[in-house]
Design a protein around this ligand. Structure first.
Ligand code: PGA
Length: 255
């Protein structure tokens, strides 16, 4: 399968930004700017409390709403967590799992990322699974080993059928929120490594169909070049997704 037939997905990760009323305004502004841009899927991953109002504001537009985390249990005594069915009913179609900030600050491991991914897929959410090396790992020359291991552990036990609802976001941790971007060649190299690992796990047809995003300081100025790479099928965008005009330019670059 060629790049042109893979689904390109441009997703915003608002992180801990936007109150519900701010979210409504930002979703409406974004939706107006990306209207008719059907060359890629457009997703905004918003804080839990924004999901319902964001989904309402996105109705009838080509913007889809996602969450930024999900718990693996269906319900129970897990203070501060949300289940997949809660997210779905609130209006989320997507969920980010394994973001490096969750791994760094909240003790997320490949094991919990895998459990959360399985629960999200079983409930019918689409998953944006994040992985990537930290600076020390890149400097030590072990990026390929790290992302290969993460890919295998995070996808363990997930069926080929369920993989169709997974997007992998390659996010080098050193590039997130730092203004440092991987060069297009660095992004391409690692996305190709991930696709190759998926080929070994699921066969090359499944791997060729998989959307692999790049994330880490992607913005309106560097998106076109990153997205022109054969194995880069979209972006996961933090900072620049908070400004609808900037985010819309990235969507434009993906057309
Ligand atoms: P950034 O964040 O675009 O602000 O670097 C990307 C991400 O964390 O997904």
């Amino acid at each position: 399968m060629k790049k042109e037939v893979r689904k390109v997905v441009i997703a915003g990760n608002w992180k801990m930004n936007m109150t519900p009323s701010e979210a409504v305004t930002a979703v409406k502004e974004t939706a107006a700017l990306v209207e008719g841009k059907t060359g890629c899927d457009v997703v905004l991953c918003v804080p839990f409390v924004d999901i319902a109002v964001a989904a309402e504001a996105a109705k009838g537009t080509n913007v889809k709403i996602g969450a930024q985390n999900v718990h693996f249990e269906a319900k129970g005594a897990f203070t501060g967590e949300c289940s997949a069915s809660m997210l779905l009913e609130a209006g989320a179609e997507y969920v980010i799992i394994g973001h490096s900030e969750r791994r760094q600050y909240f003790g997320e491991t490949d094991e919990t990322v895998n459990k959360r991914t399985k629960a999200a897929l079983a409930a019918g959410l689409k998953v944006i699974l994040c992985l990537g090396e930290v600076l020390e790992e890149r400097q030590a020359g072990i990026t390929a080993e790290i992302v290969s291991m993460q890919t295998k552990l995070d996808l363990a036990g997930i069926s080929a059928e369920d993989l169709k609802n997974v997007i992998i976001a390659y996010e080098p941790v050193w590039a997130i929120g730092t203004g440092l971007t991987a060069t297009p060649d660095q992004a391409e190299e690692v996305c190709a490594i991930i696709r190759n690992v998926v080929c070994g796990l699921y066969g090359c047809c499944a791997a060729e169909a998989l959307t692999i995003q790049y994330g880490g300081s992607m913005n309106d100025a560097n998106a076109a070049e990153l997205l022109s790479k054969v194995n880069v099928d979209g972006g996961l965008i933090g900072g620049a997704s908070l400004v609808p005009a900037k985010f819309a330019k990235i969507v434009e670059a993906a057309q």
